[in-house]
Write a protein that binds this ligand. Structure first.
Ligand code: SAH
Length: 346
């Protein structure tokens, strides 16, 4: 646990430069420190060997360097790896490395717990404890990049914000982390390899469009009927499908980027003809694709994966209407690393 000194990683490069000016030093020291923190991943001031001892002591007296620690690594039979990540205040979040033939995808958390209340999601049961800082999000990705090199002999290739939390409820920090991930001083990754998944916060989707972001957007839709959606995702009472539709159209007009809808089909909840018709209608509002995802049971009696007949009916209706559809199988189920299962069970 750290004292009340400020976390130096919460400062921008410009703020670091200004700090050095304010103590009568050269502003380019700010660049040097920034590089130590973000490119070289230094965890101590001692490691910053191109700074004088006096400067390092001065930093030590004024700041701390908060960083995450991967406490526990669990490996699934299918190659998926789940990290339990300890934060500087001892809270834990989880992140997941998902290997496929040609890719390594990092699934990262954006909050400790979650602000929203989706009834089928294990993370929702934790409630939101706090937002993650940009560096805490960035560090999860750096840790997975290292594991990918170590276990799969290749760097991380993709990132999805589909871990714990609602990224659009932690907008500023998530954007700052993506800036670091994509900047040459950070990981230099292309934003096209990043997907942000949201439960659907209309105002913030519009803000993404206004901010002209270059990454991809996924929306956890699960139902295109307002009443049904509200019954399984209660926050949808205030974030309605009408507002969501309008925000997504705004997103598309401004970014020309297709949206992916995440969709689980549950028995007795959204497996009827009217559910399928509503989804097809909703897909007509803007260019999109649909990911049908497998349900990962979290011990809620209300929710059971629909049978394959219902799934096939969805697929054929979507295909008939020329809406691209994929069926995504779960990964890492045996270690509770699949979608919706992240809940710090250990
Ligand atoms: N809050 C964001 C990101 C985290 S959830 C969002 O909702 O998009 C990542 C994905 O897992 C979402 O599509 C979510 O709806 C889905 N999900 C949640 N619980 C699940 C479960 N038990 N089985 C399958 N998918 C689930």
């Amino acid at each position: 646990m750290n004292s009340n000194k400020k976390d130096i990683r919460s400062l921008s490069k410009q703020e670091l430069r200004t700090f050095f000016e304010s103590i009568g030093d050269k502003s380019f020291r700010g660049n040097q420190v920034y590089e130590w923190l973000w490119t070289k991943g230094a965890h101590t001031f001692e490691a910053m060997t191109n700074l004088s001892l006096e400067t390092r002591k001065h930093l030590e007296d004024n700041f701390v360097i908060n960083h995450i620690q991967v406490d526990q690594i669990q490996k699934s039979a299918d190659g998926t790896i789940k990290n339990a990540v300890r934060l500087h205040d001892n809270l834990i979040v989880e992140s997941v490395l998902i290997p496929t033939k040609n890719r390594t995808t990092a699934c990262v958390s954006s909050q400790v717990g979650c602000s929203l209340d989706c009834k089928f999601c294990a993370t929702a049961k934790l409630k939101r404890m706090r937002n993650l800082n940009p560096d805490e999000i960035y560090d999860q990705i750096v840790a997975i990049d290292r594991e990918s090199r170590l276990y799969f002999d290749r760097p991380l290739s993709n990132i999805v914000f589909m871990g714990m939390g609602e990224p659009l409820m932690n907008y500023k920090n998530v954007m700052a982390s993506i800036d670091k991930i994509t900047s040459p001083e950070g990981l230099g990754m292309s934003p096209k390899r990043i997907t942000l998944s949201t439960s659907g916060v209309p105002k913030m989707i519009k803000k993404l469009a206004d901010d002209k972001v270059k990454f991809k957007l996924a929306v956890s839709l699960h139902s295109a009927i307002q009443e049904t959606r509200k019954s399984i995702m209660p926050f949808a009472e205030s974030f309605t499908l009408v507002d969501l539709k309008e925000a997504l159209q705004y997103w598309y007009q401004n970014t020309k980027s297709k949206v992916s809808y995440e969709y689980v089909v549950w028995k007795g909840i959204n497996d009827k003809r009217e559910d399928i018709d509503a989804l097809v209608d909703f897909c007509g509002y803007l260019p999109c694709k649909v990911n049908l995802i497998e349900y990962n049971p979290i011990g809620e009696d209300q929710f059971h994966q629909a049978d394959s007949k219902a799934l096939d009916a969805y697929i054929s209706a979507l295909e008939k209407n020329r809406i691209p559809v994929t069926v995504r199988r779960s990964r890492g189920k045996d270690i509770d690393a699949a979608c919706g299962q992240l809940a710090n069970k250990q």
